[in-house]
Every structure is written in structure tokens, then in C-alpha cells.
Write a protein that binds this ligand. Structure first.
Ligand code: ZN
Length: 363
């Protein structure tokens, strides 16, 4: 079994009208990084399942989908808000990115792979039901919510519960909005609390039918590797253990990497490597029954797409090769050591989250 990767040349056709951080060069960086790693990976073309439009309509309103289609068909390059642009190919590109994100769950279901990474753009986690999510000023470069396609497909295939782990440095407000009242979808979102879209509070626990399934981890600006390690051991690992997901979906953004410019969080490639190892080790955890890990690319604009991405992939491989069956338990056991390295504000946040969740999850 290997890690499978999906990418389509179509993703290069969504182009900004002027200089913009979310542009086709992002994927070129990722592909260059892969080439340098000499992994001998066969990059595959995503399929577009026949159910794509049905799933699009479950994630977004018909009016929104039609608006994107109409604007795109006009053939002009324009901004729909101060951050987000649409050009003549955008509808096709974004629909393919969404479709491929459905397809990666089918790949896991068929048993052909347990880890699939979809190198897609435009990103998706800020795209809500009607476009802008939770009162955000903009859609933050996102058109369709790719990981939402993965999650709805996973539910239809009987993978319950689902965990979406979003470690992009921005809050996945679109994902939270779409799954707000769906209790089978746990959304763990770790983000810089001080930046766009300025949402993702600890007290956002889900709608009345889904309380405790939405877990926000708003990190203070200045947080680093040791703060994240503590949060993974005190919050993320115990939740994974308590929820026991059948599948894990990942919104993988690399914009918290130390040379990136959109946040005040500075992570090294070692932390991304740790996350990768944790995820693939979960597949061998005897106490869990996770069928697979389906990963969708979100943000990352500079070195995150080289060193952060590389670290993450190396971690995925290492976790897979080591088959460390007790990774999650070890992590939980080390919580007090890791606490010693964390900032006191981060420790407070961790404790607040535990208190907020205790009535709903056994952590
Ligand atoms: Zn981001």
C-alpha cells in the first residue's frame, strides 16, 4: 500500500486577474517539492463522479452554484469580493476540485488505498452554504468547499462518525457552517485566533442536534511547535480516541509554516511531520477502526508548500512504515511533559476546550 496522490492540469486554469497569492504557481511549488523528494509516486487524474452536482447542492445553495457558473461563463476575470476572483475556467476548475474530493473517499472505500492526498485548488474551507460563511467579509480565495464533498460522500458510504481535521492557519468557517447541525461530522479546527475570518470560538460547539461535534482551537498569535504539540496531546488525540472515527478527512493548509505571511503562527517542518506521522499511525491503532485518511490541500503560499508539505508527507510515510500502534496513547500519556513546553495562554485555551466539551465527549 502506498500513499496515492491526485492532481489535474485543469487546476492551473483558475488564474487571477492580477498579482494574487492564490495562483497556479502554488501547485507548481507542490509538484516541484514532490519531484525533489523522488518518491516515485504516480500522480493520478481525479475522476468526476456522476454524483458531483448532487453533492455540490448538498454543500451549497443552488443560487450560489448557479451564480458561480454564470459569472464564470461570462469569460471575464473579476473579483466577487476583495479576496476572491473568478475567471472563465473557474466553474470547471472548482467543480473538478470538488469532484476529486468526493472521489478520494471512493478510493478509500474501494480498498485500493488508505491514504489519498488530493492536490487541489482553489481551496475550499472558507466557502459556506451561500458563499461567504458566518458573516465573513470575503470567501478567502475559496469557491466550492472541497472537504465538504468528501464528508457528504463519506456519510453516504456509511463512514460514521467522520472527523474533519483542519490545520490550515485560518478558521474553516465554511466547513463549520455546512456541518453545523450534522452530529456525525466532527470538525476539529486549529487556527490563529487573530486573523481572517475572525471566527472559530471555543463556544461554537455545533447546532442543537450536534452539540460537541464542532471543536475550535483558537491559537494565540505567536504560537509555535511546542504549543501545537501540547494541543495535539491534550485535545486532538483524546478527541480522536473518544470519537473513534471511521474515516479522517484533512483540510491540509500549510500557511502556519514559519516563512508564510498570513498569520502570526510559526510552525517548523518538524511539526507538520509530526501531524503526518500521527495520522498514518492512526491506521494501525488497534483500538480504533479508521478506514482511511483523505487529505485535501487548502492554503499555503510560500515555504509551507515546500518544507511544510514535505515534512507532512515524510511524516505520513514514517507513520506508515513504523506502524506505531500506540501513537495516540503515547501522545496522551505525554501530555504533562508537553504541557511544560507550552505557553500559559495555550494551556488555558486547552483547559477551556476540555471543560466545554466534557458534557458531550468523553475526554
Ligand atoms: Zn489558510
Amino acid at each position: 500500500m502506498a500513499i496515492r496522490m491526485l492532481y489535474s492540469k485543469i487546476y492551473m486554469d483558475h488564474k487571477p486577474p492580477d498579482a494574487h497569492p492564490e495562483n497556479p504557481d502554488r501547485l507548481k511549488r507542490v509538484l516541484n517539492t514532490l519531484e525533489k523528494m523522488e518518491l516515485q509516486i504516480n500522480i493520478e487524474e481525479p475522476k468526476v463522479p456522476e454524483s458531483t452536482d448532487m453533492y455540490l447542492a448538498r454543500a451549497h445553495s443552488i443560487e450560489y452554484i448557479d451564480r458561480i457558473k454564470d459569472l464564470s461563463s461570462k469569460g471575464r476575470n473579476l473579483y466577487i469580493d476583495p479576496d476572491t476572483y473568478i475567471g472563465e475556467h473557474t466553474y470547471k476548475v472548482a467543480r473538478t476540485a470538488f469532484a476529486g474530493s468526493i472521489y478520494i473517499v471512493d478510493m478509500i472505500y474501494s480498498g485500493s488505498s488508505r491514504i489519498v492526498f488530493h492536490l487541489a485548488r482553489p481551496p475550499g474551507h472558507h466557502a459556506g452554504i451561500y458563499g461567504r460563511a458566518m458573516g465573513a467579509q470575503t470567501q478567502g480565495f475559496c469557491i466550492f468547499n472541497n472537504v465538504a464533498g468528501s464528508a457528504f460522500r463519506a456519510l453516504d458510504l456509511g463512514y460514521e462518525p467522520v472527523i474533519i481535521l483542519d490545520f490550515d492557519v485560518h478558521h474553516g468557517n465554511g466547513t463549520q457552517e455546512i456541518f453545523w447541525d450534522i452530529p456525525e461530522v466532527y470538525h476539529i479546527d486549529i487556527h490563529d485566533s487573530s486573523i481572517y475570518p475572525f471566527t472559530g470560538e471555543i463556544s461554537d460547539l455545533g447546532g442543537s442536534n450536534a452539540l460537541g461535534s464542532k471543536i475550535n482551537i483558537p491559537m494565540p498569535p505567536g504560537s509555535n511547535d511546542t504549543d501545537y504539540l501540547y494541543i495535539f496531546s491534550a485535545i486532538v488525540a483524546p478527541i480522536i480516541k473518544a470519537v473513534s472515527p471511521r474515516i479522517i478527512l484533512v483540510s491540509a493548509g500549510f500557511d502556519a509554516y514559519e516563512d508564510e505571511f498570513m498569520s502570526y503562527i510559526k510552525l517548523s517542518s518538524r511539526l507538520y511531520s509530526f501531524i503526518g506521522s500521527m495520522l498514518s499511525s492512526i491506521l494501525y491503532d488497534r483500538e480504533l477502526s479508521v478506514s482511511g485518511i483523505a487529505i485535501v490541500l487548502e492554503g499555503g503560499y510560500r515555504g509551507g508548500l515546500e518544507y511544510g508539505f514535505r515534512g507532512f508527507l515524510e511524516g505520513l510515510y514514517r507513520g506508515y512504515l513504523d506502524r506505531n500502534k500506540g501513537f495516540i496513547d503515547d501522545l496522551i500519556d505525554h501530555v504533562s511533559d508537553l504541557k511544560a513546553g507550552a505557553n500559559s495562554n495555550v494551556i488555558n485555551i486547552g483547559e477551556k476546550i476540555t471543560r466545554a466539551l466534557r458534557s458531550y465527549i468523553d475526554i
